[in-house]
Design a protein around this ligand. Structure first.
Ligand code: FES
Length: 182
């Protein structure tokens, strides 16, 4: 059976999520060493790795379900619940940590009701802690939907989130040229 391209997996997911899981495992030839690539493909296709799919992956690949579960919970790149409308990443690298990243995270949790690593009750915001984003001179740094905001003060978080709420398009901009800062 030929392996499926990412786009084909997306189409298959809409039609039949279970078949998409099967195709992903097949893509990696059910090799026990492919646990991480399989889980990455699942997250790329579905946006997260639902705990329920681990059993299916285990049956098809022969990889122990407990091993899959350990990987998903150990590596911060994996999410076990759907992402909210907006993804906020707060850098907790050294420079940002020293510049008050913890207080920024707390302010975001307070504003949105999302727990660290979780999604707000209204489904609008998912909050994640990440390692250095490469804009240390702008610490503390957050990204919202891949757009970068630098020198974020905890008391400015509400303003930033309001702005984000109003604009969901135009999500491009990395650290180069896309940073929002005073
Ligand atoms: S430590 Fe936050 S951008 Fe480098």
């Amino acid at each position: 059976m030929k392996t499926m391209a990412v786009e084909e997996l997306q189409v298959l997911k809409e039609k039949n999520p279970l078949l998409a899981i099967d195709a992903i495992v097949q893509r990696h030839n059910a090799d026990p060493g492919s646990a991480i690539p399989i889980l990455q493909d699942i997250q790329n296709t579905f946006g997260y790795v639902a705990p329920e799919v681990l059993q299916r992956v285990s049956e098809l690949s022969g990889i122990l379900e407990s091993e899959l579960y350990s990987i998903v919970t150990f590596y911060s790149q994996f999410r076990m619940e759907p992402i909210g409308e907006n993804l906020i990443q707060v850098c907790h690298g050294t420079a940002c940590h020293l510049a008050g990243a913890e207080r920024v995270s707390e302010a975001i949790m307070h504003e949105t009701g999302a727990k660290d690593g979780g999604t707000s009750p209204d489904g609008k915001f998912t909050l994640e802690k990440v390692a250095c984003l490469g804009c240390c001179s702008l610490a503390p740094v957050i990204t919202v939907n891949e757009e970068t905001y630098g020198r974020v003060a905890p008391n400015e978080v509400g303003k930033v989130l309001k702005e984000i709420n109003g604009q969901t398009e135009d999500k491009k901009a990395g650290c180069k040229g896309g940073c929002h800062h005073e």
